[in-house]
Design a protein around this ligand. Structure first.
Ligand code: IPM
Ligand code: MN
Length: 373
């Protein structure tokens, strides 16, 4: 089959890791006889530099026409350090979410046994963690009315939600729970916020249609703590935009490493796939950033296109690289051999194409004397 994939490498390590995801997709195309046509588009700081706009019209068009979107990362230090700048890279991503109505952000957090040692949390706490975070992505404080007063001494950001906005993601969260451990936890601040009370009422009503799924509620401050002290208690976490943003970063710790977590942002007609990590400016251009989250984003993209065997093949190749220790330095203990970003990508692409490779090749790569790269 032929698919058009919009590719937005973005800023920082975005281009480096996205290139590795493309290698994995090319290997899949080869083995499973597909054609992936990549349409590259600009968004973020690189788009501001090139056009003055963090989300050029052309990028929106490319994304709308594509079967799916692969995205890297967005942001740049010069913007982070200067809050007075009016045009900012993140506006590109936020506007794209709005333009394409990407309302449902799914972040799977799974502790890979090989990586639990990388988490600052104890092994026995995180082993077995398997959470799917359903974060509402198109409403709340991110998109409400916002203003800085003329004298610069006060500001506000309004958070609002409609029953419809809450309902559409809630159904997706419950449907996901039915295929998983049959539990949904709504994370909110219903003791304080009116929007949270509307979420509770709406979600509780919808829960009646899913009798096989248990619903419980948790205040967001407590949830942030519970994820750290007992992540295994969660199955599906449902949250509004800002709480979901924070909770998903907290949950990454329970996954072992932020370098391996991927996410999808789904709308009615479009879907975007991206690593959870950001631009990681400290290592940009050094060929040491972990490409696995981006490669797993490509696997999620294939899953979305209905290509389940293909998605599994990427997943297996990633697991193999973890098993063999062909990983970047962030997953290593001191002085252990680590592979570059490109080498991890090469290994994963190669494994997809030649699963029968002899152990000798794996061994050589491990020793840093690759014969197949
Ligand atoms: C994310 C990011 C974005 C967000 C930023 C870059 C606007 O943190 O995708 O989680 O806050 O949604
Ligand atoms: Mn975030």
């Amino acid at each position: 089959m032929k698919y058009t994939i919009a590719v937005i490498p973005g800023d920082g390590i975005g281009p480096e890791v996205t290139n590795q995801a493309k290698k994995a997709l090319d290997a899949i195309a080869e083995v499973y006889d597909h054609i992936f046509i990549y349409k590259e588009a600009k968004m973020g700081a690189c788009a501001i530099d090139a056009t003055g706009d963090p989300l050029p019209e052309e990028t929106i068009e490319i994304c709308k026409k594509a079967d799916a979107i692969l995205f890297g990362a967005i942001g740049a230090l010069k913007y982070d350090n200067d809050p007075t700048l009016r045009i900012r890279p993140e506006q590109g991503l936020l506007r794209l979410r709005q333009e394409l109505d990407l309302f449902c952000n799914v972040i799977p957090v799974k502790a890979y046994p090989k990586l639990v040692k990388n988490s600052p949390l104890k092994k026995e706490i995180i082993l077995g963690t398997d959470i799917a975070i359903y974060r509402e992505l198109s409403g709340g404080m991110y998109f409400g009315k916002k203003e800085l007063s003329k004298d610069g001494k006060s500001a506000y950001d309004v958070s609002s939600y409609t029953v419809e906005e809450i309902s559409r993601i809630t159904h997706l969260a419950f449907q996901a729970a039915q295929e998983r451990k049959k539990k949904v936890t709504l994370v909110d601040k219903a003791n304080v916020l009116e929007t949270s009370r509307l979420w509770r009422k709406t979600v509780a009503e919808i829960a009646k249609q899913y009798k096989d799924v248990t619903l419980d509620f948790m205040f967001v401050d407590n949830a942030a703590m519970q994820i750290i002290i007992d992540p295994k208690q969660f199955d599906v976490i449902l949250a509004e935009n800002l709480f979901g943003d924070i909770i998903s970063d907290v949950a990454c710790v329970a996954g072992g490493s932020i370098g391996i977590l991927a996410s999808s942002s789904i709308g009615g007609k479009n879907a975007l796939f991206e690593p959870i990590h950001g631009t990681y400016p400290q290592v940009t251009g050094k060929d040491i950033a972990n490409p696995i989250a981006s490669i797993l984003s490509a696997a999620m993209l294939l899953e979305y296109l209905g290509l389940h065997d293909e998605a599994d093949a990427i997943q297996r190749a990633v697991e193999k690289s973890l098993d063999l220790g062909i990983t970047t330095q962030d997953l290593k203990v001191k002085n252990q051999y680590s592979a570059s970003t490109a080498k991890v990508g090469d290994f994963i692409a190669d494994y997809i194409q030649n699963q029968e490779d002899s152990n000798l090749n794996f061994q050589n790569i491990y020793m840093g004397q690759s014969t197949i790269i």
